[in-house]
Design a protein around this ligand. Sequence first.
Ligand code: SF4
Ligand code: SF4
Ligand code: SF4
Length: 327
Amino acid sequence: MKNKIRRMINTMPLNKVRFWIQLSMFVLFVYGGYVLIDFGSSIPIFACPYNSETGATCYFMPLQHQLAMPANVLFGAAAISVLVGLLTFIAWFVFLNKAWCGYVCPFGTLQDWITALRKKLGIRYGTYSQTQFEKLSKIKYIFLAIVIVIPLLMGIGVLGREWSGAFCQICPARVISPMFSGDFSQWKIDFSTVTSMILTTIGVLFAAIFFVGSFIKKRFFCFFCPMSALHYTLSDLSLLKLRKDGDKCTKCGDCYRVCDMQIKDIADDVISTNILRDDCMFCMKCVAACPEDDALHVDILNMRVFSSTKEGFAKRMGMEKPEKNND
Ligand code: SF4
Ligand code: SF4
Ligand code: SF4
């Protein structure tokens, strides 16, 4: 029985399963508010609270407000609620690791749908060179610094209140997420102060760039996403692991070819057993595309839950069109 279940999982049509999970999660997190669903305000994805019908709130909004409190409040009266928020965030994250990005985040799903549209229109996608890729993927840590440092500077009085929620002001999710509930009001510039004007102009520009970029490149925004950077700093705590057995790898590169995040190590690194890299979104497409038994696998607490197998590879090649390099 156990072997039967394992075989069924290892040979499942991952792309189809993922599509339906992403669709369900999108509905839950974008429209959950209509049926009073609320997963709280410590969610490790862009479930943007500017969409009034969201079923949860991205952790960055409360985090920025908490860090902006004066030090005596942050480490005094508010310390417990700050700690509870952080621990809840970590608890959610520990459970799924970066699979929050690959399966749950509405903003990630939206990028996958834009990619699907591009494919339907027969337009080729663009890639980064390895050098560009390495430089660009550092930008998300600069954005993470904005999430953390600007509120702290407000807390000590260096920056004024007009910097409140600065990252949210420039985040494309603030502008785009409400659109799914018919609210286009965030497509505007706030002229109340010079700072607000600059930040909201950047926000509107980033939203426009998001659509163009996502059409040209797969998961365009995820390369720059500070939530991904925060995830990676915590990823060692997670129960869910992406692992590789280098002895079983033939370096055929199939896993790299299907990786939307251009993670070269997934094929090239035959030394590391923990093969999760900072841009990974834990979509598991590499595991599904690998033709070697157990070369790549997903484990929970050292228990294998999904492995690459020759059988799974062959079945998927017949069931689902394998993605090509120029797909
Ligand atoms: S990296 Fe992409 S999928 Fe993950 S939280 Fe950011 S936008 Fe969402
Ligand atoms: S698909 Fe499997 S065998 Fe091929 S390079 Fe990737 S891990 Fe190695
Ligand atoms: S390395 Fe694998 S799990 Fe990570 S993004 Fe690439 S294909 Fe998905």
